[in-house]
Ligand binder design. Structure first.
Ligand SMILES: [Fe+2]
Length: 462
């Protein structure tokens, strides 16, 4: 059985509802709303040798907090793939394997949509996201799948799992890679205004075709990191890995003023590195800074000849990139600002794209393995505070929720679903975001596991 099917990577087979989960401690009275989380949870045990963790069917876990209790609901996203396999009662499609004739005949390759990476609300719609297809809209209460969301038109994707919402305007900015077809170097980008209206979509050719998982948005610019985890149809057709690490291609970051035509993009270049996730980016005069979780070598994907990555280099640490738009150079600087391996960086989203002070992420510290602590970094003081979990336990991405809409930056709560290794189940932790090293304010206990997943967001009650 593939390793992605073992431990807390293994899927659960059930959809369930709980109406009042046990709570240890006290839920903050002003924490009202729903934490939605998404992650891969294959409907059936995969049979393909090409199966990858990233290819599992998306399952949503929703914790609704209010009236002094917590309800829970989990549902698979009913993608075309999920429906087809559910009707057959067995796995049929491997999204990382060679497509069959039916998939090749569909320009959108909808049967490879898994909607398993992120979930967020924008303009009154709840959208499950991956990066190869349009969003999938869900009912925010029942989690019933409504279907591929095309913004009221014929939008066909791709659409990143990491769009950015401008906290000043409510506008959502997005991009999609492989925009001219599978493994093409083309990147498309566009905006959706606060009312949900899709604007014009532009497209440019990146230096090479790669997996572009996240990007950066500041008040005035958009940054597209093109890093050498390359995608190659030709390599895949030869039986090699569709995605592989090719460091000789170097790092390229395209910077475009917001609202400018794609032809105005300016490329900065640097040594090879990989980034899945951006904590935040902002402007300081003519300079742009971006805090990213940077790997020396991309994890989870092989070299072109199939060799696995070097585990010591395939760990991310928080790193600050700086681009000088007035400096007459196409190089940029990068400086590690933390020494712990970590992932899933987040911030108080009210500071997205703006100068900010507080960041949060899942990290590894001390002995043991895995993401065994939740970190808060105060960029103003450089102080890092940890919430360490008991040995064997592991955390998911911490999600910040402000105490009130007008609370100061960082004044609020961190929500994180954690894996209890000894009890083979999960808890939802509610931490004071300004004192993460203290005991949780509340621990919400599930009787089952939430498998390791990717991303989530909190939607405050209306
Ligand atoms: Fe991600």
């Amino acid at each position: 059985m593939p390793s992605v099917m073992q431990g807390n990577h293994a899927p659960i087979w059930t959809e369930s509802d709980a109406y009042a989960l046990p709570v240890v401690g006290e839920l903050p009275r002003n924490l009202c709303g729903t934490l939605y989380r998404n992650g891969p949870n294959p409907q059936f045990i995969p049979i393909s040798p090409h199966h990858h963790w990233f290819g599992g069917d998306g399952m949503i876990h929703a914790f609704t907090i209010g009236d002094g209790r917590v309800r829970y609901r989990n549902r698979w996203v009913r993608t075309p793939k999920w429906l087809r396999e559910n009707a057959a009662g067995r796995p049929l499609i491997d999204v990382f394997g060679p497509p069959d004739a039916e998939r090749r005949a569909d320009p959108e390759d909808k049967l490879s949509c898994v909607a398993n990476t992120n979930i967020l609300a924008h303009a009154g719609r709840l959208l499950a996201l991956e990066e190869g297809h349009p969003p999938v809209e869900l009912d925010a209460g029942t989690l019933a799948t409504i279907g591929l969301y095309r913004f009221g038109g014929d939008f066909a994707g791709p659409f990143t799992a990491h769009p950015k919402i401008d906290p000043r305007t409510g506008e959502m900015l997005f991009f999609g890679y492989f925009a001219a077809g599978a493994f093409t170097p083309d990147i498309a980008f566009g905006t959706v205004d606060a009312a949900g209206r899709l604007g014009p979509i532009q497209r440019f050719a990146a230096p090479y075709a790669s997996m572009v998982h996240d990007f950066c948005v500041t008040e005035g610019h958009v940054l597209f990191p093109v890093l050498p985890l390359t995608g190659s149809l030709e390599r895949a057709m030869r039986g090699g890995p569709p995605f592989a690490w090719e460091p000789e291609l170097g790092a390229h970051v395209g910077i475009l003023p917001r609202g400018a035509p794609a032809g105005a993009i300016r490329w900065f270049r640097g040594s090879s590195r990989y980034v899945f996730h951006v904590m935040n980016a902002w402007e300081e005069g003519a300079r742009i800074h971006a805090d990213v979780a940077q790997y020396e070598q991309a994890p989870l994907f092989p070299w072109p000849d199939g060799r696995p990555p070097d585990p010591a280099r395939a760990e991310a640490r928080l790193c600050r990139w700086t681009f000088d738009l007035g400096g007459g150079t196409d190089s940029f600087t990068s400086e590690y600002i933390d020494d712990l391996a970590g992932e899933f960086p987040r911030l108080d989203e009210r500071r997205a794209g703006l100068p900010y002070r507080h960041g949060y992420y899942a990290c590894h510290h001390g002995a043991g393995s895995g993401l065994n602590a939740i970190a808060h970094i105060d960029h103003a003081t450089g102080r890092r505070t940890l919430h360490a979990l008991p040995e064997g336990d592991a955390t998911s991405e911490p999600v910040f929720v402000p105490r009130a809409p007008d609370a100061a930056e960082g004044d609020g709560f961190l929500l994180a679903v954690v894996w209890r290794n000894g009890e083979r189940r999960s808890d939802l932790l509610v931490l004071d975001a300004a004192a993460v090293d203290r005991a949780p304010l509340a621990t919400v206990q599930l009787s089952h596991r939430v498998p390791f997943g990717f991303h989530g967001n909190f939607v405050a009650a209306a």
